[in-house]
Design a protein around this ligand. Structure first.
Ligand SMILES: Nc1ncnc2c1ncn2[C@@H]1O[C@H](COP(=O)(O)OP(=O)(O)OP(=O)(O)O)[C@@H](O)[C@H]1O
Ligand SMILES: [Mg+2]
Length: 437
C-alpha cells in the first residue's frame, strides 16, 4: 500500500478519535454533578474549577464542541470519500458513506457517550484541560454561529430566550423516576423518590381532597357545662377542637387543650369558674379549593397549624392541619396521642371491617389499597356511587380489586362494611399495580 494511503487511514483514525472526544465530553460535562464539582472546586481542585468555568457558559461550550465535532466528522468523511473514489471510482462515494456512517456512529458517538454517561464526573475532570483549550480556540467561532442562529430564528418568527436551562415539572418527574443512589438501599431510594414526587404533587392536590371530613371531626358544643367540656378535651386525642353553638355549622372558635389547662390552673381548679367560649381562638377558614402548596405556605406564614375547610357557600366541610400536609410528603406521622383510624378493624384474612364514615383516603393509607377517591370521600359513598342506589345488606361490589360487602344499613345510610382483597395475594398485588398511575 502506498504511503499516501497509510497516511489517509491514520488521519481518519485520528479524526474519529477526536470526534469521540467531542461527543464524550459533551455528555460528560452535561451529566457531571454540579454539586460535586462545586464541592471539589471549593476544595481547591483545579480540574473541577475548569469544569465549573466551562459549564458556566453553556452556549459557548456546547457551540464549540458541536463545531469541533462536525468539523472532524466532515473532514474524516471527505478523506475517506476521496481515497475510496481513487481506489474504486464512483462506487467509492457509496462505500465511504456507508463505512463512515457506521464508524462514526459506533466509535465516535454511541460508544463515547455511553462511557461518559457511566462516569461523567471522572471524565469531565479528565477532559477539562483539553476542552478548555478547544473552547478558547473555537469559542469565538461558536459565538458568531450563535448570532447567525438567533438572527435566522428571529426572521422565521421564533424568539430565543437567553441561555436559561429550564426543566419542566414533567421532566423533573421523569428524572425522579430514574433517580437511583447506588450508596442507598432500595427501600431508602424508593422512599426518597416518593417524597420528591409528592412535593411536586402539592400544587395539584387541594385541601378538600385530604381534609378530615366534618363527620370525623371532634368538636365541642359550647353550651355544655364546663366540666363536660373539660372531660371531652382530656379524652380527645386532639389538641385543637372546633367549638360550635346551637348548630355544628356555627363554629365560634377553636379551643386549644392547653388554653383550657391554663384556665383551669388560673381558676384554682374550679372548672365551673371557666368561661370556656371566651377561651376559644378565632377560627381560620380556608376554601376547599386551596392547593396543598399554597396552604403549606399559608400555615408557615400565619404560624398556624390548624384550619377549617369551607366550601364555596361557606359551609364547613372539614379540617386540615399542617401535619396532614406534611404527611402527603413524608407519609403517615403518628404522635403519642394519635389513634389508628377510627371505625376500622383489621381482620385476619387481610380484609377490614369499616364504618361507612371511614374515608377512602384513610382506608387506602391503612391497607395500601388503591380504592378510587375521586367520586366519593367515604367508603359508604363509594359503594353507593358504585351501586347507583342505596344498596341492601348482603350486597357485594367489586371495586379496584377489593370486594365490599354491605353489613349494616341505617335508613338511607350504609353504616358497616366488610372489605377484602379479591382472590389470592398474587392476584391482588397485580390488581393494585394495575391501578397505579
Ligand atoms: N379536632 C379534630 N378532630 C378530628 N381530627 C383532628 C382534629 N384535630 C386534628 N385532627 C387530625 O389529627 C391528625 C393529627 O393532627 P395534629 O398533630 O395537627 O393534631 P393534634 O395531634 O391534635 O395536635 P398537636 O400534635 O399539635 O398536639 C391530623 O390528621 C388532623 O387532621
Ligand atoms: Mg399531633
Amino acid at each position: 500500500m502506498p504511503a499516501e494511503l497509510w497516511l489517509s487511514l491514520l488521519a481518519i483514525l485520528v479524526l474519529i478519535a477526536a470526534s469521540a472526544f467531542f461527543s464524550g465530553s459533551e455528555t460528560a460535562l452535561t451529566a457531571a454533578s454540579r454539586t460535586r464539582m462545586h464541592q471539589r472546586a471549593s476544595d481547591g481542585d483545579v480540574r473541577a474549577l475548569r469544569v465549573e468555568k466551562l459549564t458556566a457558559d453553556r452556549e459557548r461550550l456546547i457551540g464549540s464542541i458541536l463545531l469541533g465535532n462536525n468539523a472532524v466528522n466532515i473532514l474524516s468523511s471527505s478523506i475517506a470519500t476521496s481515497v475510496l473514489i481513487g481506489l474504486f471510482g464512483d462506487a467509492g462515494v457509496a462505500m465511504a458513506t456507508l463505512g463512515m456512517t457506521l464508524l462514526l456512529l459506533i466509535f465516535a458517538e454511541i460508544l463515547p457517550k455511553t462511557v461518559a454517561l457511566h462516569q461523567p464526573d471522572r471524565l469531565a475532570l479528565a477532559l477539562s484541560g483539553p476542552l478548555t483549550l478547544v473552547v478558547r480556540i473555537l469559542g469565538p467561532f461558536s459565538k458568531v454561529i450563535g448570532l447567525i442562529v438567533r438572527g435566522v430564528a428571529r426572521v422565521i418568527g421564533i424568539k430565543l430566550e437567553g441561555d436559561r436551562l429550564m426543566v419542566s415539572a414533567d421532566d423533573l418527574r421523569g428524572a425522579i423516576r430514574l433517580y437511583d443512589d447506588p450508596e442507598a438501599t432500595a427501600a431508602e431510594t424508593r422512599n426518597e423518590k416518593e417524597m420528591l414526587a409528592s412535593i411536586l404533587d402539592l400544587g395539584d392536590l387541594t385541601v378538600g381532597e385530604i381534609m378530615i371530613h366534618r363527620r370525623q371531626m371532634t368538636t365541642i358544643d359550647a353550651d355544655q357545662p364546663p366540666a363536660a367540656i373539660l372531660a371531652q378535651v382530656t379524652t380527645s386525642p386532639h389538641t385543637r377542637l372546633p367549638m360550635w353553638q346551637g348548630d355544628p355549622d356555627n363554629v365560634i372558635g377553636v379551643l386549644h387543650a392547653k388554653d383550657m389547662l391554663r384556665a383551669l390552673t388560673e381558676a384554682g381548679g374550679d372548672v365551673e369558674k371557666i368561661d370556656v367560649p371566651a377561651l376559644a381562638r378565632t377560627p381560620w377558614f380556608i376554601p376547599d379549593s386551596t392547593t396543598l402548596h399554597d396552604q403549606l405556605h399559608a400555615f408557615r406564614q400565619r404560624h398556624a397549624h390548624f384550619a377549617l375547610v369551607i366550601d364555596e357557600y361557606g359551609t364547613i366541610q372539614g379540617l386540615v392541619t399542617l401535619e396532614d400536609i406534611l404527611e402527603e410528603i413524608v407519609g403517615e406521622i403518628v404522635d403519642e396521642h394519635d389513634i389508628a383510624v377510627e371505625g376500622l378493624e383489621h381482620q385476619a384474612d387481610g380484609g377490614v371491617l369499616a364504618d361507612g364514615t371511614v374515608t377512602i383516603r384513610d382506608l387506602n393509607r391503612e391497607t395500601g389499597w388503591r380504592l378510587p377517591d375521586d367520586e366519593a370521600t367515604t367508603i359508604a359513598g363509594l359503594v353507593i356511587h358504585e351501586a347507583k342506589a342505596i344498596p341492601e345488606v348482603g350486597q357485594r361490589f367489586r371495586i379496584a380489586g377489593i370486594e365490599a360487602e354491605v353489613l349494616r344499613r341505617h335508613r338511607n345510610r350504609v353504616t358497616k362494611l366488610r372489605l377484602s382483597p379479591i382472590g389470592d395475594r398474587a392476584q391482588t398485588g397485580a390488581l393494585h399495580d394495575a391501578g397505579r398511575p
